[in-house]
Design a protein around this ligand. Structure first.
Ligand SMILES: *Cc1c(COP(=O)(O)O)cnc(C)c1O
Length: 427
């Protein structure tokens, strides 16, 4: 599949049936797998032989879908997780532990920020958050001798800041650590971070990849390019024997292409068990089959809506990287020449009350915490996800009181604009 274009990989990647086998990925709804001898079973447990034994670790349906996302991103190994949060957690915890440090962009999903700044902090891992717009000097100054990774988001949810991936990759590599990129909003259809130097990619597949609001899920993909052994002293978990797996050294046994994901499966999935159900993986695959078609429409609709809103007298500001007036327009053009995503944000004149009134009048755009769905939805963060913050805190968080996050679905753009038009006419 590796020579095919992204559209072909979306439809046919990850699974090629043999003679007389099902055309669609079979749902292997089985927790366990049968073997003839316990000797063979022993080899599976030692990671000496390959084969399935328990679906908490690996399942054929989930593996086929992970293989598809792996091909789409251009990686060498991938795993599904039960949520995007689990993917973010594993991606870092696989290489950083108590006493370690991670550099992260401050423009990341709120759930990821909390995971890092509160929960993983309690586990003894320190995070330094840097502005995505920082200079190279400021970025380099954030590193410490115990830094193990750099983390950022292609297009930050909900700030919609576009990351300069190369700047972050260069700094990470200069300090001998990998760059992990959450590529949820761009999807591999619009951006493939490995082509710009990222080493690991994570996803909340709950968003565009599923695309139909049907199944929560996540994914981690390894580019197979980061040389763990060259930085042995930083990554003992990958480069020294794992006593919990009979002394296997992942980086030796599974090489540069397979070590990271094998370790994440063998240790983290074994111990934490955030595994998706085969049925959820099947639903995710249905979404992936049309991802390239949907992303194009999401972007076209968002562009049309953003251009319409920018000219509207009742709108005070619009944030969408597809607008030439946007601060990240050039960065977006470089990393995502075919479009960014379908999510825009804007402010209504009349502040919070204006925002509330307008949203109440929308007929097509449903009020939801969800984003990146086939159906248009919107959220007023100041009254929902960021409700506990006062006006100053909201501004510091980049989420002013008048901000509406509007996630363009794949409906007809003229209908969406007419819906906005009538809602704005009432305020
Ligand atoms: C939603 C989201 C997550 C968390 O994913 P879940 O599937 O909800 O656990 C992580 N990153 C980004 C960018 C997201 O939008």
């Amino acid at each position: 599949m590796s020579n095919y274009k992204i559209e072909t990989k979306c439809v046919q990647g990850g699974y090629t049936p043999g003679n007389g086998e099902p055309r669609q990925i079979p749902i292997i709804q089985s927790t366990t797998f049968k073997y003839a001898t316990s000797e063979y079973m022993g080899k599976l447990f030692d990671l000496e032989a390959s084969g399935y034994f328990y679906s908490r670790l690996q399942n054929p349906t989930c593996d086929s879908v992970a293989a598809k996302i792996c091909e789409m991103e251009g990686g060498t190994a991938a795993m599904l997780t039960s949520s995007g949060q689990a993917a973010s957690f594993y991606s870092v915890f696989n290489i950083a532990t108590c006493g370690d440090h991670v550099v992260a962009s401050s423009a990341i999903y709120g759930g990821t920020y909390n995971l890092f700044a509160v929960t993983m902090k309690k586990m003894g891992i320190d995070f330094t958050f840097v502005s995505p717009d920082c200079t190279e000097e400021e970025l380099n100054a954030a590193f410490r001798p115990n830094t193990k990774a750099v983390f950022g988001e292609t297009i930050a949810n909900p700030a919609l800041i576009v990351l300069d991936i190369e700047k972050f990759a260069n700094a990470a590599h200069a300090h001998g650590v990998p760059l992990i990129i959450d590529n949820t909003f761009a999807t591999p259809v619009n951006c493939r971070p490995f082509e710009w130097g990222a080493d690991i990619v994570t996803h909340s597949t709950t968003k565009y990849m599923d695309g139909h609001g049907a199944a929560v899920g996540g994914c981690i993909v390894d580019s197979g390019k980061f040389d763990w052994m060259a930085h042995k002293e930083k990554f003992p978990g990958l480069c020294t024997p794992d006593d919990s797996y009979h002394g296997i050294t992942y980086a030796e046994k599974f090489g540069i292409e397979g070590a990271y994901i094998t370790k994440a499966t063998a240790q983290l999935m074994r111990d934490f068990g955030s595994t998706p159900s085969p049925y959820s993986a099947f639903l995710l695959n249905l979404g992936l089959e049309s991802l390239h078609v949907r992303m194009k429409r999401h972007c076209e609709n968002a562009q049309a809506v953003a251009e319409y809103l920018e000219k509207h007298p009742k709108i005070s500001w619009v944030n969408y990287a597809g607008l030439p007036s946007n601060k990240y327009y050039e960065t977006a053009k470089k990393y995502m020449p075919n479009g960014t995503c379908g999510v825009i944000s804007f402010g209504v004149k009349g502040g919070r009350e204006g925002a509330e009134l307008m949203m109440k009048n929308l007929k097509l755009a449903a009020i939801e915490t969800h984003v990146a769905d086939a159906r248009t939805c919107c959220l007023h963060p100041a009254n929902a996800t960021h409700r506990q913050m006062n006006e100053e805190e909201l501004i510091a968080a980049g989420v002013p009181g008048d901000l509406i996050r509007y996630s363009c679905g794949i409906e007809n753009a003229e209908d969406l604009i007419a819906d906005l038009e009538q809602a704005l006419a009432q305020i």
